[in-house]
Design a protein around this ligand. Structure first.
Ligand code: ATP
Ligand code: MG
Length: 451
């Protein structure tokens, strides 16, 4: 299959070749093209030294941030193209950063430093594919395999463990036997990887179509990153609603949630994290987990804080874990209150969390649970269609109106607005100025006479 290189990247390759250097597109873009996927970005490797690259592109806008690793970013047709000199990495003393890089003259040597065979292919429009490690074969069979000796490669850079899981999850691939053994054996290396990098990879792993397979095959790796999850592994639920132990349930629940939203998949990963801690065997002979949602929310917060999550993601996940087991409201007023409390986006997410949670449970009462969720969904849409009032900001009068009635800003004013909101939500009062102002006046005089 010929690879179609977009003109902005082709221009970079051709310009280097015109000056007598060798140049290839390399790595992820070759892999994605061979898979029929659209590459995110196009990287180029070349035997030109960094100073030579700078001279060849002296009339281009270039960014030199990666220069010490041999990388120059060339702006070509307003698009960035990373141009990296063929290199091998020196010693790794911290399992993460090579102490030095050495430039080399052959593309095959450059490919040998790359992590996985499917990422270690280069392509030239004139010389064709360079595939020194049978990456094409592994693409065809769907395997992630280290280039060279797996233990050594993971010891050089612990992040590669998670990259292996991320690519396998993204493409629904398996992990080759020796590579998989090495991942298990070397999982402790993740302790040397920064929280930011781990969190970024974790989100990538969670977003893949093969996530359940990865969680089921590598629970030990996940529990190095998030030790709080370790007790879930193999934890039997002893309850007719469940057909899986907690960890297996988590794996299927994450898989069942839509992939595009980190918050959803993180919520499902963590939603039952405190089930083992909250387990009680009831007199009915069934396992119960009272309080696991509220306790889980706190654990989710400390996990995400340690992983250096951004605050917005953390707050959304914590809020959703806390309510994941609550019954959905069945009345318009109740639904409006929930939207007021959680925000519309999180109520929409909550429905997806509950559906994914339910689909990873046993068939016991499952149809009924799905039916209730469908009804909640319809109720939410109906509530949204009717002019909504979820918080006091949505009322058609505000504090300024109350000040004109002679009130001072403060808790008493807020109290009146809350009472008006409750009435609007209960639909005993329409959300119009004509209805709200007289009612506010009534509350006001009642409050004053009770003083
Ligand atoms: P993505 O689509 O996620 O960007 P990618 O393959 O392009 O996938 P990058 O992280 O952008 O991944 O890296 C580009 C290339 O650099 C990889 O294909 C691989 O050849 C090499 N590479 C990146 N990170 C490492 C690493 N930690 N160890 C070895 N090689 C790496
Ligand atoms: Mg890339």
């Amino acid at each position: 299959m010929p690879i179609t290189i977009p003109s902005y990247a082709l221009a970079v390759v051709e310009r280097l070749e015109r000056y007598g250097f060798e140049a290839y597109v390399v790595g992820g873009c070759v892999r994605d093209s061979l898979m029929g996927r659209v590459p995110q970005d196009w990287d180029v490797c070349t035997n030109a030294l960094p100073e030579e690259v700078l001279r060849v592109f002296r009339r281009f806008h270039v960014i030199k941030t990666g220069l010490q690793h041999g990388t120059v970013t060339v702006m070509s047709e307003q698009q960035p193209v990373e141009v990296t000199t063929y290199r091998v990495d020196g010693e790794y003393t911290d399992n993460r950063h090579p102490d030095a890089v050495h430039f080399v003259s052959r593309v095959e040597e450059d490919l040998s430093r790359r992590d996985f065979t499917i990422n270690a292919m280069a392509y030239s429009p004139t010389r064709g594919l360079v595939d020194a490690f049978d990456g094409r074969q592994d693409l065809a069979t769907g395997l992630i395999r280290c280039v060279g000796e797996a233990d050594a490669r993971f010891n050089e850079d612990g992040l590669r463990l998670l990259r292996a899981l991320r690519f396998a999850s993204r493409f629904g691939f398996g992990i080759e036997r020796e590579t998989a053994f090495a991942i298990h054996r070397n999982r402790h290396l993740l302790e040397n990887v920064s929280a930011e990098r781990i969190f970024k990879e974790l989100k990538g792993i969670l977003a893949g179509e093969g996530i359940a397979q990865m969680m089921l095959a590598f629970p030990d790796v996940f529990s190095v990153i998030i030790p709080e999850l370790a007790p879930s592994i193999g934890f039997q639920q002893c309850n007719p609603h469940h057909c899986y132990d907690v960890w297996t349930h988590l794996a299927h629940a994450v898989q069942a949630a839509p992939a595009g939203d980190d918050v959803l998949r993180l919520t499902l990963l963590l939603h039952d994290v405190q089930k083992p801690a909250c387990f009680r065997m009831g007199e009915d002979g069934r396992g119960h987990f009272r309080g696991h949602a509220a306790a889980g929310a706190e654990v989710a917060r400390s996990v995400l804080r340690r992983l250096k999550s951004d605050n917005a993601t953390m707050e959304d996940v914590v809020a959703l874990v806390r309510v994941h087991d609550d019954a959905m409201p069945t009345t318009p007023a109740g639904m409006r209150r929930l939207v007021g409390r959680l925000g519309l986006q999180n109520v929409q997410r909550l429905l997806l969390v509950k559906r994914a949670d339910c689909s990873a449970q046993s068939s016991y009462k499952q149809e009924e649970k799905f039916r209730l969720l469908r009804e909640s969904h319809l109720l939410l849409e109906e509530v949204l269609e009717a002019a909504p009032a979820f918080t006091i900001k949505d009322l058609s009068i505000n504090g300024r109106d109350l000040m004109q009635l002679g009130m001072q800003p403060g808790p008493a004013m807020r109290n009146i607005l809350e009472r008006l909101l409750a009435e609007v939500q209960e639909e005993t009062l329409p959300n119009t100025r004509d209805a709200l102002l007289p009612q506010a006046r009534k509350y006001l005089s009642a409050d004053e006479s009770s003083l």
